[in-house]
Design a protein around this ligand. Structure first.
Ligand code: IMP
Ligand code: MG
Length: 171
């Protein structure tokens, strides 16, 4: 496997994203981060540690990929949030935006819960794969159309624990 992004590169970029997110929200107002399981768990863990604003967090789980490197195009809600979003400053925290179908679905269902603001942070983006035009305010790295693993991202549930991001062999 070829390393695409080292742990140091990822950590540095996440600190920048954390500052950007804080700068975009009114001082002293709470920021509610919604992590998308499972891929977004490591990004979420490092992002919250890079922030000094008042932060709360929750997790949601969706499923779109079934043991394959290809998307089925179908998004299913697997685990809902524990608390409501009304009047809150919400930021979705996701590992990667690929076709955009997952985030479009998530933004639609979360927007319907009347947050005060709704923004999205993705560590990675593969713009060449986009099928729907989805708005993502914070993007860590724009990458080519390669299947990547590590730092939360999996292939058949493997490699999520890597501290770096690698291109899967054969892709
Ligand atoms: P989308 O709905 O096509 O944008 O896909 C989003 C989801 O597909 C992400 O949350 C990932 O779980 C998964 N995914 C997309 N590209 C990759 C990849 O290169 N490696 C691992 N998972 C990926
Ligand atoms: Mg994901």
């Amino acid at each position: 496997m070829n390393v695409l992004l080292t742990s140091d590169q990822i950590q540095k970029r996440i600190r920048e994203l954390g500052s950007e997110i804080e700068a975009d929200h009114p001082a002293n107002e709470e920021i509610h981060l919604v992590g998308v399981l499972k891929g977004g768990f490591m990004f979420m863990a490092d992002l919250v540690r890079s922030m000094s604003a008042r932060v709360t967090l929750d997790f949601i789980a969706v499923s779109s990929y079934q043991r394959s490197t290809r998307s089925s195009g179908e998004v299913r809600l697997v685990k809902d949030l524990d608390s409501g979003l009304e009047g809150r400053h919400v930021v979705i925290v996701e590992d990667i935006v690929d076709t955009g179908l997952t985030l479009t679905y998530l933004q639609d269902i979360l927007r319907a819960r009347s947050p005060k603001t709704l923004r999205t942070a993705c560590l990675l983006s593969k713009p060449s794969r986009r099928q729907v035009d989805v708005r993502v305010e914070y993007i860590g790295f724009t990458i080519e159309d390669r299947f990547v693993v590590g730092y939360g991202l999996d292939y058949a549930e493997k490699y999520r624990n890597l501290a770096h991001i690698a291109v899967l062999d054969g892709d």
